[in-house]
Design a protein around this ligand. Structure first.
Ligand code: SF4
Length: 406
């Protein structure tokens, strides 16, 4: 089979803490992006101390992966205090790239460090001229265009600039232009563009006009966007020349990160190796993994044109549900099975699915299990217990286990 006329894009995953960074790397991320304690959006994502960033970089390098750090707030003058020292510390930790939303920070990083500089989606770059101008002014190495771009816009920007282009493929979307929304600022005095977004677009509202309620009595509504899922457009984005596929979600759980990274790792590899042509069976398996990994209703964002009403949540209340139940982490093995550190309840007769890095999903029905302290049990109800499960699957230590269906 001839090689594809383009390189396989990097899979770039989010991480809110060290555990999630390591999980993303083990489950197949080529690079992980995270926020430090300063200069970053998503201030509620936990965020990394310098020691954590250093450890994440060491782990990433040991596994052939990279760490990108978000320095993507839109800074006012006093916010820039100490920025040069901070960039030098990041470089010294082994960070590969920063993701910035201020031309001043981009240029400073290029002039004083060897860090790669990626222009954040917060800058709303939506055309080649703007991308070229920013590159000329700052020397930035990569552009993350505004999520308002269509597939055709992406194709044109890659072709006309020759720059590295990173695109979002999955996760939460802003209903307003990213980097230009002040809904949160006005409603909570928390600056969305300096790490404080209260996600006000996802709150539940009533509509009034001249003191008269216009919304249906029982119908609170939201203005939030559905999550992006570009899985069906992935090969076209590869052909368009995107250099990096980014998953959003620095505030998501370890289980979500593992599930979504694993699903996209497998889909990207399969599409690339097979020139975008997959068997019906393979497509169904990828669709299943993606469906189980995602935890909100999805849409294709703006890739096929401006996202219309089908991209908005309105009256749906689907935020809290996850499509699959995380049962626990494999912490040991024995001759006929493995030891699971539990998270959610399960019983004898339930189907378990093993999610092991770089392995297909394996399923089995639980026939026997025992609590490491109290002996045989029919049902496990308590989190953080060590349960011995009979199975011939022999998963690696660290594998995550979810509830499955046969
Ligand atoms: S309020 Fe909504 S649209 Fe505005 S920045 Fe926050 S998440 Fe984005």
């Amino acid at each position: 089979m001839t090689a594809a006329p383009f390189s396989k894009p990097e899979l770039l995953a989010p991480a809110g803490d060290l555990l999630r960074a390591k999980t993303a790397i083990l489950y197949g991320a080529d690079a992980v992006y995270l926020g430090g304690k300063k200069y970053s959006l998503r201030s509620r994502a936990g965020n990394f101390s310098m020691a954590d960033i250093r450890e994440a970089c060491a782990f990433a390098h040991d596994h052939g992966s990279h760490i990108h750090v978000t320095v993507n707030e839109i800074p006012h003058a006093h916010d820039l205090e100490g920025i040069e020292e901070y960039l030098h510390e990041l470089q010294e930790c082994g960070v590969t790239a920063i993701i910035a939303a201020s031309p001043a920070i981009m240029r400073l990083a290029k002039e004083t460090t060897s860090l790669q500089v990626h222009c954040s989606t917060q800058m709303s770059i939506t055309n080649s001229a703007a991308a070229k101008l920013l590159h000329t002014l700052t020397g930035c190495d990569r552009i993350v265009p505004g999520r308002e771009c269509s597939l055709s816009d992406i194709r044109t920007i890659v072709k006309e600039t020759g720059l590295e282009i990173e695109v979002f493929i999955h996760g939460g979307m802003c209903v307003n232009y990213s980097g230009r929304c002040i809904l949160s600022n006005q409603m909570t005095l928390r600056d969305a563009n300096r790490g404080g977004c209260a996600q006000s677009c996802r709150w539940h509202y009533r509509l009034y006009e001249n003191d008269m309620e216009r919304s249906r009595e029982d119908a609170l509504f939201t203005m939030g966007s559905r999550d992006l899922c570009a899985a069906s457009l992935l090969y076209e984005l590869m052909e368009a020349g995107a250099a990096s596929f980014k998953i959003e979600g620095r505030m998501k759980t370890e289980f979500y990160v593992a599930s979504i990274v694993r699903a996209y790792r497998s889909l990207i590899d399969d599409l690339f190796e097979n020139h975008g042509v997959l068997s019906e069976e393979a497509l169904m398996e990828h669709e299943r993994e993606l469906l189980l990994a995602q935890n909100r209703e999805t849409c294709k964002g703006n890739y096929e044109g401006i996202g219309g009403s089908e991209s908005i949540i309105y009256h749906e209340h689907t935020d809290a549900d996850v499509n699959h139940v995380f049962l626990g982490t494999v912490v040991g093995t024995f001759e006929n099975g493995f030891i699971l550190e539990t998270r959610n309840p399960f019983s004898v007769g339930d189907v378990m699915e093993i999610m092991e890095p770089a392995q297909p999903t394996r399923r089995f029905v639980i026939t026997e299990m025992e609590d490491s302290e109290t002996g045989p049990i029919e049902k496990s109800r308590v989190p953080m217990r060590h349960i011995r499960i009979q199975s011939d699957c022999h998963p690696a230590i660290g594998s995550l286990v979810r509830k499955g269906i046969l």
